[in-house]
Design a protein around this ligand. Structure first.
Ligand code: FAD
Length: 579
């Protein structure tokens, strides 16, 4: 952290003991880092906060690639249409148009910044096919695309170190508002020593990522706990499309580890226990490369009808892909197969099933990242623009983080540079301090945080998964409500201040429970089947009644309040969706 006495940084100021920046960014994955660069380039001072070292952010796990219609034979309109169809017509078409139009320039920007995208035999940027796409438009770095991009962005942050202060291993606990309801920064805890600090900011961007840990198993890392979604919800922001939870078709049984869609993009087949290529029945044209909701439902149907293996799986046969290509382009999943399933994927099929992977919903924003709270922005998986609607196409999320991260950074900076700095007293830590003291002083011996978290994850995975129905969803809601009552008494062991992950775990549990309740309430509300929400009691899509977003907000009520907002349609009218 830079102090006022260091270096030529005339625009960074302290007001009292409070560091004050034009733009405060909470989260340093792809969305947060891209926003920071854009804001700095626009002339703003920036603080970027991350609860882990930035290059350990969950974006590092992204494997398969990033979409853009860069080839002359491809077009942004085709990319947009595929995305809209993939979203089951719930995606907002103005936002999707922006994302797909701006994608090619973003890929070139990344390449010029140093991302070593795969180049083909002719020396051109090469692509692989991904699900739901009518052209092979996924650019990639082997199966470590997120890792490659994240490290390059982090290098770029160094160039702007005069303007960007990095607060690594700091945890944002609460967003702060002024009397008019404007967001004026956040309270954060330094994980190294437990110090609480107010961060004063003209504008604040949430880039905290998704909420996958509310499910068990999930492909998401332990840090993906819905912090930003819950914090925004708690101060009155609207959430949108929360019922839309993506189950990825190829996750390992037991631990939820992801086998990238890149495997099917390279030519792998899905087989049931009878050796049948069952996607011929469900998606005769696109087969394994139908969109994810369609493939996951097909797999789950095979498993439910007794055509799966005894361990509740079907098989992914990567032996269809030439071994040389597997070792070149899919080397990480060779390791995953060997280390976590004891399978050499170049020689035999591997057992997989659908597993929780991504949340299409999040904090509702406009195309510049502005939420319904003045001064508060959101970008990346924490946000819902909504470019993914009912179902995200593979390789569109990295694109979403970068395009809307950049746009949020630019807009927040422009806005901030026209404002005066708010003054937030250091004493605004008091509520957070009291909440942390209450956690630390809980009596020993109660139910553990991890036990509540496991019950939450199992409940969501049982009732709010690929197939849903009213009774199960109501049961899930009852359990989430009970867990919300139990959580404030969950006991912890570590009562110290240095890297106290027990305290952080207790706080994160509250965020996950808030997210879970919003997901369940929205899933109960949507009485139709669309995208990732398949209601067995309402198996048809019903555009007449449900071609609209479900918004969820706190508004001081005990249970989330539901409202609706329209879907923006520019030129693609809803059609029947077949693959
Ligand atoms: C295994 C896997 C593979 C994937 N592969 C692909 C792919 O190939 N292509 C694709 O398009 N998408 C892919 N995705 C999805 C994509 O990776 C994510 O949606 C995207 O990376 C999210 O980026 P983000 O910047 O929004 O959040 P993240 O990268 O999750 O970053 C969140 C940041 O917020 C910080 N943070 C969170 N809470 C707090 C807090 N309270 N205080 C301080 N900091 C906080 C974290 O430390 C982190 O820095 C994949 C996802 C997974 C799980």
């Amino acid at each position: 952290m830079r102090s006022t006495t260091q270096g030529p940084a005339p625009r960074l100021i302290y007001i009292g003991a409070v560091p004050s920046h034009d733009v405060l960014i909470i989260g340093a994955g792809l969305a947060g880092q891209r926003a920071a660069l854009a804001a700095a380039q626009a002339g703003a001072t920036v603080a970027i906060i991350s609860k882990v070292h930035p290059v350990r952010s969950h974006s590092v796990a992204a494997a398969g690639g990033i979409n853009a219609a860069l080839n002359p034979e491809d077009s942004w309109e085709s990319h947009a249409y595929d995305t809209i169809k993939g979203s089951d017509y719930l995606g907002d078409q103005d936002a999707i148009e922006i994302m797909c139009r701006e994608a090619p320039d973003e890929i070139l920007w990344l390449e010029h910044a140093g991302v070593t995208f795969y180049r083909n035999e002719t020396g051109h940027l090469g692509t692989r096919a991904f699900g739901g796409a009518s052209a092979a438009r996924t650019y990639y770095v082997a199966d470590i695309t997120g890792h490659a991009i994240l490290h390059v962005l982090y290098e770029q942050l160094m160039k702007y170190s005069e303007q960007i202060d990095r607060y690594e291993e700091w945890f944002g606990t609460d967003l702060l508002q002024d009397d008019a309801g404007r967001c004026i920064g956040a309270v954060c805890r330094n994980l190294r020593d437990g110090e609480l600090q107010v961060f004063n900011a003209k504008t604040t961007i949430l880039a905290n990522g998704g909420a996958g840990q509310a499910y068990r198993p999930t492909t998401n890392g332990l840090i993906v706990t819905g912090d930003g979604i819950a914090q925004a919800y708690r101060i009155g922001a609207r959430l949108m499309d929360m019922e839309m939870i993506q189950y990825h078709p190829t996750t390992l049984a037991g631990n939820g580890l992801l086998i990238t869609e890149g495997a099917r993009g390279e030519g792998a087949w899905l087989l049931n226990a009878k050796g049948e290529r069952f996607m011929e029945k469900y998606a005769p044209n696109k087969l394994e490369l139908a969109s994810r909701d369609v493939v996951s439902r097909a797999e789950q149907t095979e498993i439910n009808e007794g055509n799966g293996f005894p361990d509740g799986t079907v098989a992914l046969d990567i032996t269809k892909v030439p071994k040389r290509r597997v070792l070149e382009a899919l080397r990480e999943i060779v390791n995953i197969g060997r280390d976590f399933a004891g399978v050499d994927i170049t020689r035999e099929p591997i057992h997989i099933h659908p597993g929780q992977h991504y949340i299409m919903g999040g904090v509702k924003t406009d195309v510049d990242g502005q939420t319904t709270i003045p001064g508060l922005y959101a970008a990346g998986e924490v946000a819902c623009v909504s470019v993914h609607g009912g179902n995200r196409l593979g390789a569109n999320s990295l694109l979403d983080t970068l395009i809307f991260g950049r746009r949020s950074g630019e807009h927040a900076a422009k806005h901030a540079l026209q404002m005066t700095m708010p003054t937030t007293p250091a004493s605004r830590i008091s509520d957070t301090q009291a909440a942390i003291d209450a956690i630390v002083n809980r009596p020993a011996g109660g139910r553990r945080v991890s036990s509540i978290k496991e019950e939450l994850g199992d409940t969501m995975n049982k009732y709010v998964a690929v197939f849903r129905e009213e009774e199960g969803l109501q049961k899930a809601h009852e359990i989430v409500r009970r867990l919300k009552e139990e959580a404030p008494n969950a006991s912890i062991d570590d009562r110290g201040t240095i890297f106290n992950q027990d305290v952080i775990g207790a706080i994160e549990l509250g965020y996950m429970l808030d997210c879970a309740e919003a997901i369940v309430v929205a899933a109960v509300e949507r009485k139709e089947s669309r995208g990732a929400q398949f209601r067995t009691d309402f198996p048809e899509r019903n555009d007449g009644e449900w071609l609209k977003h479900i918004d969820v907000s706190a508004n001081g009520a005990d249970v989330p309040k539901v409202s609706y907002s329209p879907v923006t349609i520019t030129k693609w009218e809803p059609q029947e969706r077949t693959y």
